[in-house]
Design a binder for this molecule. Structure first.
Ligand SMILES: NC(=O)c1ccc[n+]([C@@H]2O[C@H](COP(=O)([O-])OP(=O)(O)OC[C@H]3O[C@@H](n4cnc5c(N)ncnc54)[C@H](OP(=O)(O)O)[C@@H]3O)[C@@H](O)[C@H]2O)c1
Length: 446
């Protein structure tokens, strides 16, 4: 529980992320007594949108009283001079700056904020939303700029997937249990499937999304983070440095072998353009070229405007020896461990057993055991905000890690190959089914 005194400055504190995620998360943390040291929450934006008061009024009443609005344009220095007067009064307090603004405004904000903070001894942290850069070059440039004004221990790069219970439980299940860790390698695992399917389309984000696409929006961050947790080696110690060291190491062994892009029908109308090669769907075969995973494919698939939301990692084990199959004239299913993040947060282990009726020698049937992860927190941002306040960087992305993530996808950014078109509302595009069939397998969609 954080008792030290701190103030939170949310740049873009009237926007969508602030309204939907940050304020509700802060409110829940506050009402549970986690924000003992909080002095004030400042929302900084050019205009106090009509619903900002409403958002704040809906908060826990105690927290609502700590929230203020400051008219602010991150591009203009005069606003920072005003902010400086306020900061001068917050002697000894830790200052947490959350950049919940368009990524196109990051550079100006970091430069101006860095300049302002030079005159102040207050401990400080800066939290930066995704996307962090648009490719390897711009991510490096942003890292360099940040390091001019902040040390790495003050920088929190967010990927909110890391705040999810199930993602953290991939790590816990692997490294806290001998029964699983012993078989977590190329000798037992056939392949891994990582899915992030969405039923929503680009919604109100069309203009932004059209410059970004699914590789930058999902594959480079959330999907590769799930891969890193599944494939990383155990850290030397359970500390933030060693955990992040192992993630960087596995990402540096990771390369995309092949990739296919798609776009949903009607995307151009949604975005309001006549021509675009931006992908709303991508599937990829990814290899982790190290001792543990040599020859084990990781298949990644993400897309918009599909039939249902499904986010999960499925580890598929090798088939049993064939003699048993020949004897029974039936083919047992491959064992699987599935970590589901959405629609539910749960673990499922699927295995074969003899059928409840019938003789001793019978074809086995698929059986599964499910465990739903209990959680104290409703929302990943609650976990992440608390970690920022408490100074735990384990679930945030280090500068070398963000660059390693971009390196994996770099070759596939901005290639002008035309995406295939798929109908809205289908389970999975047929091109994605073929993509796996070429390797003799199929997607697990349960
Ligand atoms: N929304 C989500 O669910 C979500 C999820 C993951 C990551 N993110 C990331 O979070 C960030 C914010 O996204 P968002 O969806 O909340 O965007 P948004 O709804 O467009 O909000 C942007 C905020 O920035 C403010 N702003 C714009 N120009 C400004 C300026 N020159 N000076 C000061 N404030 C300015 C806006 O208020 P004014 O226009 O009044 O200034 C508003 O408060 C982005 O980096 C996005 O990629 C968002």
């Amino acid at each position: 529980m954080a008792n030290k005194s701190f103030s939170l400055f949310i740049f873009g504190g009237t926007g969508d992320l602030a309204k939907k995620k940050l304020f509700p998360s802060l409110s829940r943390l506050y009402s549970k007594g986690y924000l003992q040291g909080l002095d004030k929450v400042y929302s900084l934006a050019r205009s106090k949108r009509e619903d900002w008061e409403q958002v704040v009024c809906q908060l826990d009443r105690g927290l609502g009283k700590l929230c203020n609005f400051i008219p602010f344009d991150v591009k203009e220095w005069k606003y920072y001079s005003e902010l400086e007067k306020l900061i001068s009064q917050l002697k000894g307090q830790e200052l947490i700056f959350f950049l919940s603004i368009s990524p196109y405004l990051y550079e100006d904000t970091i430069r101006n904020l860095g300049r302002l903070l030079r005159n102040h001894p207050n401990p400080r942290k800066i939290v930066i939303e995704k996307p962090f850069g648009f490719d390897l070059k711009s991510a490096k440039k942003l890292n360099d700029l940040l390091h001019r004004y902040f040390i790495e221990e003050e920088i929190y790069r967010i990927d909110h997937f890391l705040g999810k219970d199930t993602v953290q439980n991939i790590f816990s299940l692997r490294f806290s249990n001998t029964i699983f860790e012993g078989i977590w390698n190329r000798n037992f695992i056939d392949h891994v499937q990582i899915l992030a399917l969405e039923s929503v389309n680009v919604e109100g984000r069309g203009e932004f999304y059209n410059k970004v696409g699914a590789i930058r929006d999902m594959l480079q961050n959330h999907m590769l983070q799930m891969l890193a947790f599944t494939a990383m080696e155990p850290p030397a110690y359970f500390s933030e440095k060693f955990i992040r060291d192992e993630k960087v190491k596995v990402l540096r062994s990771t390369r995309i072998e092949k990739l296919k892009k798609g776009q949903y029908e009607g995307y151009l109308e949604d975005v309001g353009t006549q021509y675009s090669n931006t992908e709303t769907f991508v599937c990829a075969k990814v290899m982790v070229e190290n001792f543990r995973w040599y020859g084990v494919p990781f298949y990644l698939m993400t897309g918009k405007a599909l039939k249902k939301k499904l986010t999960q990692v499925t580890v598929v084990f090798k088939e049993i020896p064939q003699s048993f199959v020949r004897l029974l004239d039936c083919k047992p299913h491959q064992n699987r461990i599935t970590f589901q993040m959405a629609p539910q947060s749960k673990l499922t282990i699927t295995f074969e057993l003899r059928p409840p009726t019938g003789g001793f020698i019978a074809c086995p049937v698929e059986t599964s055991m499910e465990y739903t992860f209990p959680s104290e927190f409703e929302e990943a941002y609650e976990v992440l905000l608390l970690d920022v306040i408490e100074g735990d960087q384990s679930l945030f992305i280090r500068s070398d890690e963000i660059e390693a993530l971009w390196e994996v996808v770099q070759t596939y950014l901005d290639t002008e190959d035309k995406p295939f078109i798929y109908p809205r509302g289908i389970e999975v595009p047929e091109q994605a089914v073929d993509f796996l069939q070429e390797d003799g397998i199929f997607w697990y969609l349960q």
